[in-house]
Design a protein around this ligand. Structure first.
Ligand code: PDD
Length: 280
């Protein structure tokens, strides 16, 4: 695999960054993950718009224009002959001469790193079987709307899920589901309303979430953006998650308790098909 590091394309195994990089020392950086289908980026403008917003919120300057970043993403896809998978992009506040908390001087350039990974998102087995989800307390900071590389809480949440044989962890705050460790949480209520938490500082504004809501509304499906509890999720007809790396994935159980009939529901399955069409 070929990676991109600050202006150069290099073999991923040889791609290097300084130990003084602020991404490494302080998690002082932002990332994005875009899907690739049939060699083309999926909903990438939405990801780059969120990138611009995230870097703005932490006063980080992108080292390249968004247009140039898009060109680099495309060149990386071509160099890797990637047909289906993900492009990971990370920008950090660069490497100064030592470890000092305040921002470095303006002459320290931000680091931009990208690499790709192959993933057959469309044919993922878990999309057909559905996934189990566990719940964990949401122990993250108060600016989850920023796609920061500080992901320790999600690492712990998703490790707990993996150890429990679950495919995702839903994080809870004040009795309500915020979101998944790396996905947005949805339920379908008994009266066929698709419910997902409203955007705020408490969650990442998912690009897939946004597209799925628009696609559902175009088809006259009812969508409500509001918080929901675990009890509501357990009483729901269906549940599912969305993310760039999984598109739409049905959730069949929460903390070992079945949701609906314990099989991927028709609405989640349909929304997945609709999203795949949109992504192509
Ligand atoms: N995660 N919520 C969180 C906390 C996330 O990390 C992600 C994405 C999402 C879904 O956002 P989107 O639909 O824009 O991918 C929601 C990426 C895929 C990751 O960390 O790998």
């Amino acid at each position: 695999p070929i990676a991109y590091v600050n202006g150069s394309f290099v073999p991923l195994s040889e791609a290097k960054i300084s130990v003084l990089d602020r991404g490494f020392l302080f998690a002082d950086g932002i990332y994005e993950v875009s899907a690739v289908l049939d060699g083309k980026l999926v909903d990438n403008a939405s990801h780059l718009a969120r990138l611009e917003r995230s870097v703005g919120e932490i006063k980080l300057k992108l080292p390249e224009t968004v247009e140039r970043i898009t060109e680099i993403q495309k060149e990386l896809i071509a160099r890797n002959n990637l047909t289906s998978g993900l492009v990971y992009l990370q920008v950090t506040r660069g490497a100064d001469k030592g470890r000092d908390f305040p921002f470095p001087k303006a002459d320290v350039k931000s680091s931009l790193v990208m690499f790709t990974s192959e993933k057959d998102i469309i044919n993922a087995a878990s999309a057909k079987t559905g996934i189990n989800v566990i719940t964990v307390p949401d122990i993250r900071w108060e600016r989850r709307d920023i796609k920061s590389v500080a992901l320790l809480a999600q690492v712990l949440a998703k490790q707990a899920a993996a150890e429990a044989g679950a495919g995702e962890a839903w994080m809870l705050q004040d009795g309500y589901v915020t979101e998944g460790g790396s996905s947005t949480a949805f339920i379908l209520t008994k009266d066929d309303v698709i419910v997902t938490r409203q955007n705020s500082n408490a969650i990442l504004p998912g690009c897939t979430r946004k597209a799925v809501i628009a696609l559902a509304e175009e088809r006259q499906l009812r969508v409500e953006e509001r918080s929901f509890t675990v009890a509501e999720a357990l009483a729901a007809k269906e549940a599912f998650i969305t993310s760039a790396s999984s598109f739409v994935q049905p959730v069949i159980a929460l903390d070992g308790k079945t949701i609906g009939d314990g099989k991927p529901g028709p609405v989640a399955t349909r929304l997945r098909e609709i999203y795949v069409e949109f992504a192509k």
